[in-house]
Design a protein around this ligand. Structure first.
Ligand SMILES: [Cu+2]
Length: 142
């Protein structure tokens, strides 16, 4: 029950943050208080900082994560895709995340927003940690 409420809150927060982020980026991208903003509106999406839109994908294979080092903004969802043939798991002790992903399935972890401070978090598959199925998530502020 607690879990469900948390997820819903995260979802709402994510929406808020996305709205905030898009408002900020449209303000910041035009550099100067320009009068002719019409030509600049097509350049509001910076391809370098958000390569996959508002989500980051981590692929789980037998038996590692790809990529093993992931940088994601706390305003981005994390999509876990298990392309292996074994059951895998994504756990971050510090954040109380423990998420199984069945073979061939994807699970989306909703953007936590300000609930998660920026920082470096070790993640691992609880079933294959001893086989080196571990990684590092670098969470950045939006
Ligand atoms: Cu695993």
């Amino acid at each position: 029950m607690l879990r469900a409420m948390k997820t819903r809150t995260f979802g709402l927060m994510a929406v808020g943050i996305v709205l905030l982020a898009s408002a900020c980026s449209s303000n910041n991208s035009s550099g100067a208080p320009a009068t002719g903003t019409t030509t600049q509106q097509t350049t509001t999406a910076p391809p370098a900082s958000s390569p996959a839109g508002n989500q980051v994908t981590i692929t789980m294979v037998d038996f590692n994560f790809n990529p093993a080092s992931v940088t994601a903004s706390t305003s981005q969802d994390i999509v876990l895709t298990n392309t292996g043939s074994a059951l895998h798991n994504f756990s971050i002790d510090k954040l109380h995340i423990d998420q199984d992903v069945q073979p061939g399935q994807s699970v989306t972890l909703k953007a936590p927003g300000s609930a998660v401070p920026a920082g470096t978090y070790d993640f691992f598959c609880k079933y294959h940690k001893s086989q080196g199925m571990v990684g590092t998530l670098i969470a950045t502020s939006p």
